[in-house]
Design a protein. Structure first.
Length: 322
């Protein structure tokens, strides 16, 4: 069945996830959706120094939004900030250096940010695909620490700030790869069996879909969404998936095309007319499971994921904030 899921996902991707898929879908986009003035609205974008994150930050800044770039690499982040300010003329661009694989660091950042800023939209874009099992200084598997626990802690820590604002939104950048994965709560840190970085990443992305659905149920005043950007030509794809990149490089989407639905979900009034908690591709809600793929989980597994992440979260909160 795993062979079937992977084959269906790849064939589906060849049709829909490539540049030609975007070009076909975009014929039905309404340009007016993006004609918005974001002056006075505040956006926090993780992984914003390159790829889809930077493309989203640039377009948000171009529309007058206050943009907070949350990045791990200070040098690359400074370059990205300068580029965004120069190209958009928007001076309201702020830089925060945080390693999203470090839970204590995330908590410290979030507490400081809540005291100094407002927030209308959180965009969880940063991702990690480490192809060999690697532990952080806290003993966490690095992909899980960044993609799942980091996303969980940052989002839950900032929910009180988002709750204060009208039209608050949280968008998480997932991947179509999650379609080949069923939620596995028995091995969240991939310690059993052979380690496959691509499949671990896909499992993390399935976890992000579950997080989004659970948050949407619990926080009715915030609009949550999760999305697949398609297969885009980004530095992360080139470094983490070199074989895939070489095979597909002539068909990959541009960074701006990959960022299009992120931006649409973050700024368009049309996006919030749709229910909270959905999974999107090319500005449309799409199923989170392939037909016949057996990737659905019982509700108790999804609730258990939230419980385990909350336990981790509180442990690191207590050690980081004393």
């Amino acid at each position: 069945m795993s062979w079937y899921r992977n084959t269906v996902w790849f064939v589906k991707g060849l049709r829909e996830y490539t540049r030609s898929g975007y070009e076909s879908a975009s014929k039905h986009f309404n340009p007016a959706d993006m004609e918005v003035n974001l002056t006075g609205r505040s956006f926090l974008i993780t992984g914003a120094n390159s790829g889809i994150g930077k493309a989203t930050a640039k377009e948000t800044a171009r529309r007058g939004g206050t943009v907070h770039l949350l990045c791990r690499n200070k040098e690359l982040a400074e370059v990205a900030k300068g580029e965004i300010v120069t190209e958009t003329g928007n001076q309201n661009i702020f830089l925060h250096i945080v390693d999203l694989s470090n839970p204590k660091e995330i908590w410290k950042f979030a507490e400081k940010f809540k005291n100094e800023h407002k927030l209308n939209v959180l965009i969880n874009n940063a991702g990690c695909m480490v192809n060999n099992r690697e532990l952080t200084e806290d003993g966490l598997e690095k992909n899980f620490a960044t993609n799942t626990l980091g996303t969980y802690i940052l989002t839950t820590a900032l929910l009180p700030l988002l709750e204060k604002e009208a039209d608050a939104r949280v968008i998480t950048v997932s991947s179509g790869g999650m379609l080949v994965q069923k939620l596995n709560i028995s091995d969240l840190q991939s310690g059993n069996g052979t380690f496959d970085g691509t499949m671990v990443y896909a499992q993390n992305k399935r976890q992000q879909v579950v997080l989004t659905e659970q948050w949407a149920k619990a926080h009715r005043n915030i609009h949550f969404s999760v999305m697949h950007p398609g297969w885009a030509d980004t530095p992360a794809v080139r470094s983490s998936m070199p074989d895939f990149y070489q095979k597909m490089k002539n068909n990959l989407r541009t960074e701006a095309q990959g960022a299009d639905t992120v931006l649409w979900l973050a700024v368009s009034s049309e996006a919030t007319k749709l229910p909270s908690g959905l999974f999107f591709q090319d500005r449309q809600p799409v199923p989170t499971h392939l037909p016949l793929a057996s990737t659905r989980s019982p509700p108790e597994d999804e609730e258990k994921l939230m419980e385990v992440l909350e336990e981790f979260s509180q442990k690191f909160k207590s050690t980081s904030l004393g």
